[in-house]
Design a protein around this ligand. Structure first.
Ligand code: FEO
Length: 390
């Protein structure tokens, strides 16, 4: 790929990871990119590096623009290895680059990974003067790590937003307005649901910051760059809704099954939502990865979760899913627990307890059926769904 210019003297120089399929628990069917940005002014700054194996790709892109010894600053906005993993190699290749990171979390995290480092430490309000351009720093802790920091380049209206507004989306294009709209926003939603969702309050704070800066371009650490006013408005509106945990009339039915009985219950529940005009997604955990289920749950008001009882417990697939969403903390949901059983039947109550621990409303008792559901059982389950909606 030839160099990509965001504005005069500001370049994307990152790397594209077409083959990435797994990102700490998240299945990334479309790969990802690690976005580094180069600002060439009287001083030259590189914002972030890339995952370590991609450093040669990063350096070759920089060398298309400028010699490596011309880089004055390496600005690390985030410690996680997909952006900071390349720091030791980049510092070795760029002998005049001075490391800049945030205090205290940035330097603490970098030194924990790489040992003692020489660095200039920045905090919110600090400005790095590059000559005609300048970088203004805003710390955005826990969006999604303690050290995440954004940098604003007011002379070009560019907000380097770190992980916020990203997507795991490998592509030959670099700008969001060049992408198929539905695919782009699906990947942005999947990224938010799986990475940012626990940090709703921090998201809303960052949105306030971004609104005051009124960026013309949002350059995230992953995926495509937002430069079209309509798209920027839409992704900001999405983040406002997602950060506030807003839900809409939508249901997700998530389950696993041993011999098909819990699957029959899931089918009956799904049909009940359809009959009551609630859009629904039925997602079996044998066929759907939990990171894809979570994106469907991002705005769904209703979540029906089902498991048969295995050895007095929830099936491991459903238990893993509950553990995953407990960490992601979707809030304000209405839950329904269900499952079939042979003799002990603990799992629906265990699922309901997990829902209550997440603060969800569970207006109905867990629904359990012995061995094979009878027609009348499924009818009463459908009546229960109707009550849940009412
Ligand atoms: Fe993309 Fe938190 O790293």
């Amino acid at each position: 790929m030839s160099k990509v210019e965001l504005a005069k003297g500001v370049y994307w120089v990152g790397a594209i990871d077409w083959d990435l399929r797994y990102f700490h628990g998240y299945v990334t069917q479309r790969g990802s990119s690690y976005n580094s940005y180069l600002i060439v002014d009287e001083k030259v700054a590189l914002i972030d590096t890339v995952k370590a194996p991609f450093v040669p790709e990063l350096l070759s892109r920089i060398k298309e623009i400028i010699d490596l010894d011309k880089i004055d600053y390496l600005v690390s906005l985030h410690v996680e290895n997909d952006h900071a993993g390349g720091i030791p190699a980049v510092l070795a290749a760029c002998p005049n680059a001075r490391l800049i990171t945030s205090a205290p979390a940035g330097i603490k995290g970098l030194e924990a990974h790489f040992g003692p480092l020489e660095a200039d430490l920045i905090k919110t309000g600090d400005i790095l003067n590059l000559g005609t351009k300048s970088l203004h720093f805003v710390q955005t802790p826990m969006l999604h790590w303690p050290d995440n920091t954004m940098a604003f380049l007011p002379e070009n209206g560019i907000l380097f937003s770190s992980d916020a507004f990203g997507q795991h989306y490998a592509s030959g294009i670099r700008f969001a307005d060049e992408a198929p709209h539905e695919k782009l926003f699906h990947e942005a939603a999947k990224y938010y649901a799986n990475i940012v969702m626990p940090y709703g309050a921090q998201t809303l704070k960052a949105l306030d910051v971004a609104a005051k800066l009124a960026p013309k371009i949002i350059a995230p650490a992953h995926g495509l760059i937002w430069r079209d006013a309509k798209n920027i408005k839409q992704i900001a509106a999405c983040y406002a809704d997602w950060g506030a945990y807003k839900t809409k009339e939508k249901a997700v039915v998530v389950y696993d099954t041993m011999w098909g009985s819990t699957a029959q219950m899931a089918t009956a529940i799904t049909q009940a939502f359809i009959d009551n005009n609630i859009p629904v997604e039925k997602m079996a955990l044998q066929q759907n990865h939990m990171s894809d289920v979570v994106v469907e749950m991002l705005e769904a008001k209703y979540a029906a979760i089902g498991s048969p009882t295995l050895n007095n417990n929830i099936l491991p697939t459903v238990a893993a899913f509950l553990s995953y969403i407990k960490g992601l903390t979707p809030q304000g949901r209405v839950g329904l627990a269900f499952g079939s059983y042979g003799w002990s039947g603990q799992s629906p109550a265990q699922i309901q307890k997990a829902m209550q621990e997440m603060g969800w409303q569970t207006p109905l008792a867990p629904f359990k059926l012995v061995y094979r559901p009878k027609t009348e059982d499924l009818s009463s389950l459908q009546e229960a769904v109707k009550k849940l909606i009412e």
